[in-house]
Design a protein around this ligand. Sequence first.
Ligand code: 5CA
Length: 440
Amino acid sequence: MKRSNLFLPTLKENPTEAKITSHRLMLRSGMVRQSSSGIYSWLPMGLKVLKNIEKIIRLEQDLIAQELLMPTIQDSEIWKKSGRFNDYGKEMLTFIDRHEHQLLYGPTNEELITDIFSKNIMSYKSLPLCLYHIQWKFRDEIRPRFGVMRGREFLMKDAYSFDISKEDAIKCYNRMFLSYLRIFNKMELKAIPVSADTGPIGGDLSHEFIILADTGESEVYLDKNILKEEIPNINYNDSKGISKLVDTLTSFYAAADDKYDEEEYMNIVNENNRLKTKGIEVGHLFYFGSKYSIPLEAKVNSKEGKVVPVEMGSYGIGVSRLVGAIIDAHHDDKGICWPESVSPFLIGIVNLRQNDIECSNLSDTIYNNLLSKDVSVLYDDRDEGAGIKLAEMDLIGVPWQIRIGPRGIKNGNFELLQRKTGDITEIKVKDMEKTINKLL
Ligand code: 5CA
């Protein structure tokens, strides 16, 4: 993509409405624009990141679940059946259609997926079943804030599992646990599973996945040793291995403020290992048994010939929130430093002297070479000063910058800068091919 063609309205000044780094940087780097409180338009740059995050989630979730797509608008009847229509309160946006029928904009999908299940699955033979979708949600949050971190409209990956027994349901819960560790790891985030309250979703087993960040809304109390744990290479069929991993990770003290017990914390965790900090909740697992399958009649014929309600769980990831969480974890005073896996572009080319024929020729050659290799590349071909171009490339956080200027060209060189470390390497033009191949 040539910068001259890209819709990228960057801001030089910090917008006053933005209170935290990720919100400031998302506005300044032209990723989003607010349309009303807690509701955002995603501009091309922001949408690219959102899609890359979705891609990582899909690759990992497809190994243990099937993707479908449910609508954003739901019928209020199923919510009346589950009893949550009144419980959810003012956070739920409801409205009446022209036939006087009450609808709502889904804040989550337990009811709808359970209804689909109950109308289509009759036998234990169809289990286990795990389904997910990536869809916009609406919650009329009392205080939307921090940009996409706490929005009213936000993108969520939500998965739902159906099993014949509690034992099988826990196996699925544990597979999700591993899947979440891998997903966040691929985004270069250290996500910590903490035991959590189940809130309006319900149930008696729940973990939140928290990224440590000063701007986080959740208070967390940890045993520092949990930070040292690595994710082992386990197969999703190895339920024993996965269960051992979950047991190990959940054996460390890690609790959000709603589950925190001071006496327990002081007794269990040695003083040197205590860490009270803030975090961003990027994922949440719930096991809730038959809370929805009983009222919505999601029952199957068991092996023994009985009709039994299925055991369920639900598993959410805040897809749009993750964009902000990744920026909070990966930035410096110049701007964003995207991990390669989610970056809108892998390589940026900065032509430092637009009117110099040699600079333009080399920039064009490298650009075309990268395009032919299908590399996502942003080429700043505008007639702007070098300072402006370099500052913008730093702000938008492309992981590798190729800088082409008259001084380097005289010696047959261009520069390669790694955004994250700031390291600059002089590359001989004749080694261009080799260098590019190393980055891919
Ligand atoms: N149905 C369950 C799991 S599928 C559920 O709704 N869980 S949740 O309420 O915890 O939401 C799942 C994830 O969505 C959260 O972990 C969080 O990352 C994200 N999320 C929740 N509310 C918001 C919001 N207002 N803005 C942005 N992301 C949010």
